[in-house]
Design a protein around this ligand. Structure first.
Ligand code: COA
Length: 188
């Protein structure tokens, strides 16, 4: 595993590099920089980046979830398991590693770092959605390696997300037909 990249909290000056990586990975959206600025000042959210030789090579975003946000995940599976009920939940919301550096363990390092951040914010469980786009670079293996269990899948989740964000899916364009896989694990 490549341990050489430095993981740190994101700062204002990372905006353009973060936006470029996210646009390339998930499809361009015109408000990416505004969104990033809002993430940085949200007390319930943490934005981590990885850098190597002064270059930004990955970004990860997680947050403590309010109830309406959890309801959004419930769209993926009609029945959330009872062990999630009443527990403070955190979401792994964004994870992107630069194309040429994937498959070397950086995604898993960031995934585990986000669990640590969620624990610091008082979260008892972590929830995440894996983007199953048919490509090789998905987070399915990473979630399993980080101790998450699969709760459900949905073929309609990303089309709804896309209407909200306006991002054209790099795999299917519009509408997005990628499958969403819902994962969760206990933190405490
Ligand atoms: C998903 C993503 C963040 C994973 O990042 P990554 O750095 O490639 O992740 P890791 O290297 O930690 O793990 C990925 C795979 O490499 C394997 N791996 C980890 N370390 C390795 C090593 N030293 N040598 C070989 N393989 C290794 C992992 O077991 C995992 O394999 P699997 O997925 O086949 O089970 C990255 O592929 C990405 O940016 N994808 C596009 C965006 C995306 O889908 N983001 C997630 C949104 S839900």
């Amino acid at each position: 595993m490549d341990e050489s990249a430095l993981l740190r909290q994101a700062r204002d000056s990372d905006g353009h590099a973060v936006a470029a990586l996210l646009d390339r990975t998930f499809g361009a959206r015109p408000d990416q920089l505004t969104l990033f600025a809002a993430w940085l000042v949200d007390p319930n959210r943490r934005v981590l980046v990885a850098e190597s030789s002064g270059k930004l090579i990955a970004v990860a975003v997680c947050s403590r979830l309010a109830d309406p946000a959890i309801a959004r995940y419930a769209d993926i599976t009609a029945e959330l398991p009872s062990w999630l009920a009443g527990r403070v939940a955190g979401g792994l919301q964004v994870l992107a590693v630069a194309e040429h550096l994937r498959g070397q363990g950086l995604g898993l390092r960031l995934g585990n770092a986000m669990i640590g951040q969620l624990a610091e914010m008082g979260c008892e469980v972590a929830i995440g959605v894996s983007w199953d786009n048919g490509g090789a670079a998905t987070s399915k293996g990473l979630y399993a390696a980080a101790g998450f269990g699969l709760l459900g899948r949905s073929a309609g989740f990303y089309a709804v997300e896309q209407r909200r964000s306006g991002q054209p899916c790099p795999y299917c364009g519009q509408p997005c037909r990628c499958v969403a896989l819902l994962f969760a694990r206990s933190i405490t």
